[in-house]
Design a protein around this ligand. Structure first.
Ligand code: ADP
Ligand code: MG
Ligand code: MG
Length: 366
């Protein structure tokens, strides 16, 4: 921490005198530090300093360009709406040289934000209201960016939610069968193969412009929202590393996948896994309300498909990783990735059995 304080922090445009640097937050991707500076008038300014994870993000320059462009767009929108642009969006602090990130002597990448005061991130959804609030926030994020030219953003992780290419990766893993595990999971492989035609649905709709290309967040967890300490409402969507061009159905669908499931992602007892329609309804309501009329009718009709395809995609990735010897997702027991794949497929099957209800919930918002 001393090194960060001495060598890294002073290379950014800080106000006042740096007095403290402490590790901060419970993010799993970046190393996050909170800095405190004292001003001459006795007040303090705080900042968030992050060492970016360059294992995961291979294109930090493109990533920071995305963040700069999206946050300056948001800043203008928030000012127009009479909001507080220092608290309702991330704001990048430039380096002394005027760059939006810093590369240190070890080749590590660093960036800095204004610290959002009087707000908190929560790690776990404790009550349905938390889930609803996160839907409102991510919907609102989508609304503010609805007229952003999404195609100008860098695709920092190529084909992140391209279910067609994800399926091809899966098929390849099955064919190669490097670890001779395919024979033991024929049922699961069949489950995916049977649904190959559906992996095209969102990609086709995007390609044919039946649904718009949008700015997507791609990490819609509750702890990527700052909740205002006074109002208890969502204040700011943070963690914009995975902002990319895509479909609103991706963000929505992924939230349903992990938030509306009745069990943990790696639960072994599949009887405990189902899609809770109450939670599905709550999130759908919050998301559509948050989007404030910016979703098209076709997008609303496709919400259940978004939920199903994001779940299937995730299951395919877990199963492919199992077949490839668990190289991508960290495992804590043998067959951990297989267990994870099975929960996702159980969820998909459960959604299929509840399809008509899911459709009627979505269609309420047409
Ligand atoms: P990760 O990708 O590792 O999750 P995040 O960007 O989400 O990194 O940051 C980790 C944590 O740091 C957040 O969950 C939040 O608690 C805190 N944090 C990040 N940015 C800010 C900010 N601008 N103001 C206040 N706290 C922040
Ligand atoms: Mg985070
Ligand atoms: Mg992150």
């Amino acid at each position: 921490m001393d090194l960060v304080k001495k060598n890294i922090a002073p290379r950014f445009r800080l106000e006042g005198t740096l007095t403290e640097a402490v590790p901060y937050g419970s993010g799993h991707i970046n190393d996050t530090v909170r800095l405190t500076c004292e001003l001459e008038n006795g007040k303090t300014r705080r900042y968030i300093l992050q060492r970016m994870n360059d294992d995961i993000f291979k294109n930090p320059k493109g990533l920071m360009e995305n963040i700069m462009n999206v946050t300056s767009f948001l800043r203008n929108k928030i000012i127009q709406n009479g909001g507080d642009p220092d608290r309702e969006t991330l704001n990048v602090i430039r380096t002394v040289d005027g760059d939006n990130y810093l590369v240190d002597e070890d080749g590590d990448f660093w960036r800095m934000y204004i610290f959002i005061e009087d707000a908190t991130c929560f790690d776990i959804v404790e009550k349905p209201e938390d889930f609803y609030n996160s839907a409102l926030s991510f919907g609102n994020f989508q609304k503010l960016l609805a007229d952003y030219p999404a195609s100008t953003l860098h695709e920092t992780i190529p084909n992140f939610h391209n279910t067609v290419s994800r399926f091809e990766d899966f098929r390849k893993a099955v064919e190669e069968d490097t670890y001779k595990r395919a024979a033991g999971v024929q049922k699961e492989i069949r489950f995916v193969m049977d649904r190959e035609p559906e992996t095209h649905v969102i990609c086709d709709a995007l390609a044919k412009h039946r649904i718009p290309l949008r700015v997507t967040h791609n990490d819609t967890k509750l702890n990527n929202i700052m909740i205002d300490n006074k109002t208890g409402k969502g204040l700011c969507v943070i963690d914009l590393d995975t902002v990319m061009p895509g479909s609103a159905l991706y963000d929505y669908g992924d939230s349903i996948r992990f938030g509306a499931s009745t069990g943990a992602e790696d639960e072994k007892d599949l009887d405990k896994i189902s899609c809770d329609l109450k939670l599905f309804e709550i999130y759908t309501k919050g998301y559509v309300e948050g989007c404030g009329g910016s979703l098209t009718e076709e997008e609303i009709r496709m919400l259940p498909m978004g939920a199903k395809l994001m779940t299937l995609e995730c299951g395919m990735r877990f199963l492919a990783d199992y077949l490839q010897g668990d190289v991508y997702f960290k495992i804590h027991r043998p067959e951990h990735n297989l267990d994870r794949a099975r929960t996702q497929f159980k969820l998909v099957a459960d959604m299929e059995s509840k399809w008509d209800e899911m459709m009627s919930i979505a269609e309420k918002y047409l």
